[in-house]
Design a protein around this ligand. Structure first.
Ligand code: NAD
Ligand code: TDX
Length: 337
């Protein structure tokens, strides 16, 4: 099978390419990535020599380029490429609309024109909005959309476009809405790698507000196996929610676990200004479990231990991106004030 992966130099895309080539060594992967600030070529060094892997530098919004790639006989598209950071969408929403909405539209058009067998769209639980503090509610495939940030609004828009191409043009789509991913190769702008790399570089962990907002943490390898299950056994036109084993982990509890594993104390926490429209998330994965037999393998503690070990042993991987990320946060804090 010939697969087009978009955004394969990013966190989840790079993990997925590695995972897929290990599980399906005869498949061919073309990775289309614009190489934004979020891309890292070092994430692919062990894959680059694989003859079934090739890389194209370019924008998913470039219709001519996408057409040229599709003409090579792509059967499946797994669409990861996006502007993915909520804080950056507060700074400048325009790129989020351009890539996440318009870029997805260009891909859908090409997929319909060339009659692909599957268009799998990677989306997020953030499209569902926020869960109230103290509530045990979990998002599911039936939860109405209620996005809070320009990022989640752009992802919600792209989900609607993907579904419309199924209903209107019969494009064979599937969508997954997953919770917060973590694991190796994640950009150090995001909470878990930022916290780990702050400690590794002698800085404190920055906690937004009082750290009471909560998340549902999904190890990236578990996410990859969920996408695999959907590609192999998922029903066309369907959406699948994907989440981790533990629900309702507050940011402060997450930080305390990281501090403990890394032999640090609460003196290494700095409370900083809160994020506007700060959401809470928890996701039910009942449907994908019952219908496709998927379940996550990692519990949060063992996943964090593995992730901390990876960042400790791969400090060269994040040096440049960490510098850029912290410069971004200095700029964002000025905007917040
Ligand atoms: P990331 O920011 O680490 O990587 C995004 C990649 O897309 C980068 O390599 C970047 O260069 C590329 N890209 C950006 N704009 C592009 C464009 N116009 N054309 C081609 N390539 C472009 O993102 P991630 O964390 O790996 O997320 C991947 C997908 O998963 C996104 O769609 C995101 O919305 C979704 N998602 C992420 C999480 C999470 O916790 N990270 C959770 C739920 C859903
Ligand atoms: O330094 C920090 N301190 C802090 O307290 C950072 C970077 C974050 N936070 C908080 C904000 C959130 O409550 O930690 C939580 C996680 O923040 P992020 O890592 O920015 O992730 P989040 O906003 O939850 O979004 C992520 O999960 C859903 C991804 O970035 C999205 O792409 C995905 O759709």
């Amino acid at each position: 099978m010939k697969i087009l992966i978009t955004g394969g130099l990013g966190f989840i895309g790079s993990n997925f390419i590695r995972y897929w080539l290990q599980q399906h060594p005869n498949d061919e992967i073309i990775n289309l990535d614009k190489v934004t600030y979020a891309a890292n070529f070092k994430s692919m060094v062990d894959v680059e020599s694989n003859l079934n892997y090739s890389f194209v530098r370019g924008d998913i919004g470039d219709a001519q380029l996408v057409d040229k790639i599709m003409a090579q006989g792509i059967e499946t598209i797994v669409h990861f490429a996006a502007e993915s950071h909520v804080d950056r969408s507060i700074d400048d929403p325009s790129l989020f609309v351009k890539t996440n909405v318009l870029g997805t539209y260009v891909l859908l058009n090409a997929a319909a024109k060339y009659g692909v067998k599957r268009f799998h769209h990677i989306s997020t639980d953030e499209v569902f909005g926020s869960i109230d503090f103290g509530s045990k509610k979990q998002f599911s495939e039936n939860t109405p959309y209620d996005p809070s940030s320009p990022y989640s609004a752009s992802k919600a828009s792209s989900d609607h476009l993907v579904r419309s191409f199924y209903k209107t043009f019969g494009l064979p789509i599937t969508i997954s809405n997953c919770s917060n991913n973590y694991g190796p190769y994640q950009h150090p702008e995001k909470m878990i790698p930022r916290s780990i790399t702050n400690l590794l570089t002698g800085q404190k962990i920055k906690v937004y507000g009082k750290g009471l907002n909560f998340r549902d943490w999904l190890h990236v390898e578990d996410h990859c196996s969920a996408i695999e299950a959907i590609l192999l056994k998922g029903k066309i036109g369907e959406t699948y929610c994907v989440g981790g084993l533990k629900k309702g982990t507050s940011n402060i509890d997450l930080v305390k676990t990281i501090l403990e594993i890394m032999g640090k104390t609460e003196k290494d926490i700095e409370y900083v200004a809160d994020r506007p429209a700060h959401d809470n998330y928890a996701v039910s994965w009942d449907k994908i479990s019952k219908e496709l037999g998927w379940k996550p393998k990692y519990d949060l503690e063992s996943g964090l231990e593995q992730t901390i070990k990876w960042y400790t042993e791969n400090q060269d991987w994040y040096q440049d991106t960490k510098r850029e990320a912290e410069e971004f946060y200095i700029k964002l804090n000025k905007i917040k004030k």
